[in-house]
Write a protein that binds this ligand. Sequence first.
Ligand code: PLP
Length: 422
Amino acid sequence: MEEDRGRIKREVLRDFARYIDPMKVRTLKAAGLDIVEDRREGASVWDITGRRYIDCTTGMGCFNVGRRHPRVVKALKEALDLLDTGIFLMVSRQKAQLARRLAEITPGNLTCTLFGTGGGEANDAAIKLARGFTGCKEILYAERGYHGHTGFALSAIGREAYREPFEPLMPGFRRVPFGDVEALEKAISGETAAVLLEPIQGEAGIRIPPDDYLQTVRRLCDENGALLILDEVQTGFGRTGRMFACEHWGVVPDILTVAKSLGGSLYPISATIYREDLLDFFIAHPFIHLSTFGGSDLGCVVALAVIDVIQQEGLVERARAMGERFAAGFEVLKRRYPGLLLEVRQKGLMMGLQFTNASIGPRMSYQLAQRGVLAIYSGNDPSVMRLMPPLVIGEEEVDQVLEALDEAMAQLMKEPGIGKED
Ligand SMILES: Cc1ncc(COP(=O)(O)O)c(C=O)c1O
């Protein structure tokens, strides 16, 4: 049986490399991440060979309620006996229920929703709405930011490698340094339709802005008649220890985008949630932004179950508590490996470990995988290891991750190229 599994794994990797992408397989292999997902449950995932891993990637924030949460699975199974995606042009009970729920759980006066299937699509819709509503064209976005690979979202991506092959991208997009109020003050004007930001940058390596940053951005947007779009695709639904990260700073955007965890790892769905008065734009153009599977009836059922689980099982509070447990462990690691671990950036269970150089991320992923922990270094900065476990992670699992980190760092200290040389 064991042997069969090994053979199946080799065949899957071979076919994936041949029919999908050989470089993807090679890169994953180099980082020890060439597992073939099989069973998934809670905070764990099993390789097809039967080896268990604690999942600290969660698809960069897809699985806040854990893998295959039983209540979400049950809701989807029951819905499959009665529903399908629904006709996207029609009125749907499930869409109405979910939109109302989103209005209830989001801060301030964000009461209207446009559904989509993914984060990039949600951001595209937000940018279209901002341009359509304000009549202005300019979109300001942040260096190293990440908003997806779709048309408008790609134009707001803060990494050259993702952009260059496709240029020219959408005109009217202008980049500013993240967290820099003065730079934003110089760039913003009456021509600005929107400022698009992640409240905490995920892909960039868990970058948390200075404490007064978002509040000042909010003020600058108001003074210049620009809209504030906050992309909470990674930070939303309890990840940072608040339902939405913007609540840490008491800032309400004009448009909030969410995806990933809303689908509970079971059904793709995203939402662009906006201030009621922006509806004026859609009153003139009710069918101007459509998505056949966006906010499908099945997706809405799943999303409603996800929100119930987060609220009823206290997962926001749990993210804070488990985050504190991790933080205590990181303090020990910082003292033990000062030449390797430079800084820890963390809000709740959104955690980034800043290492000394860019070679360390992939080596760290490799070492952790050897010790049963799945974690992926930051795409836009491989010197940062991202840890984003499901919010249902238990104390024992947190301790296992910390132990694996300790052993992995001890191992890395023995290897060449460690230190502050680059
Ligand atoms: C902050 C942020 N926005 C948008 C996206 C894009 O989401 P999707 O891949 O669902 O289009 C991501 C994906 O990682 C993200 O992290």
